[in-house]
Design a protein around this ligand. Sequence first.
Ligand code: AKG
Ligand code: FE2
Length: 343
Amino acid sequence: MDLTFVSTGKRIGLHPDSEQAVLEMPVWQRHAAYHDTCRKVYAMANPEVSAPETVLAKRGVDLVRGSLTREHAASLSNEITNLLEARGPGGGAHGPITDNPDEVSVRVPYEGALLDMLKDALPLILNPEAEGLLESYYGSYFRIDSTSCNRTHPIDEHTISFLWHRDVAPMAQVHIMVYLTDSGPQKGLTLFLDLEQTKTAAKLGYHYTKVTQKRGLKRDDEGVPERRLHLDDLFEQAGKDLTVNRPDPKAGDSLLFAAPRVLHRGSLPTEGYRDVFLLVLQPSFVPWRQDIEDFGYDHIFTDCGKDTLYTNPFKSLAPALPKDGNSTLTSWEQWIFEGDILP
Ligand SMILES: O=C(O)CCC(=O)C(=O)O
Ligand SMILES: [Fe+2]
């Protein structure tokens, strides 16, 4: 389908005649068409740039060392402790806030000194090396859609993102998880299957998953398998080898991963706590700094989660679409299951 665009200064916008067509596209197609447009815009602005094959493109996961110094990461982690301690004994500094295992990770409120410290950390995390790597992966500019800061404490039950899953999100969504504490078997980790292994799992029927019958995807989750803590049985029964990728980020290192394309799960700490700062990225018509210059920081630092799928990515800041019957139905397509970035 041909979409037409108009120039609105630094950005391009959809021509009014194309707006309806975009809204009528199936969700995944809408985001793919948008990413494709971002690539064309980027290629026009950077005709000399060739896209080298990145580890992120090949495996779906990469580790960037030293985004922040150890001292810088420690100062952010200390500030998280100060903030949570200020909320009182049940504030989440030294243990979960509730006994609901789904809420084992304490979402750190964006208040006080922490907020300014995180704003200042953005250009260090998205330093020229990381920015180049991400632009190569995308073949386009990218933007920060949202962020969150989480402290995770030890508990026995693994739930939600601590079970093997792929995020139900536009295929171009990338997560940058900056570890603010060292990772390790006792300190908490993130585990991955690379793209190829994720494809194998998808062929065996394990792709997008629900947590339990009760806490499922709120969409059309008929026939969607339940999340598992271990994948050994799945691979063993099919006579396939399972290789789990266990990166070892130290405090200040960043894990970059294609969250909807590769299976991954957190592994809970058994001592102390794990602190991470998460950035959620999407393709963009303009470099990430431009959104901040034009719209400030509020959209990046919100205190609640944000759906990225039921949005109109062609509009600045990708506003949510009304949740009517049609727009909330996830129409799974084969290329999504296979983890391709574009159809
Ligand atoms: O907490 C973790 O290590 C996993 C995070 C995760 O699932 C995600 O960022 O999509
Ligand atoms: Fe995830």
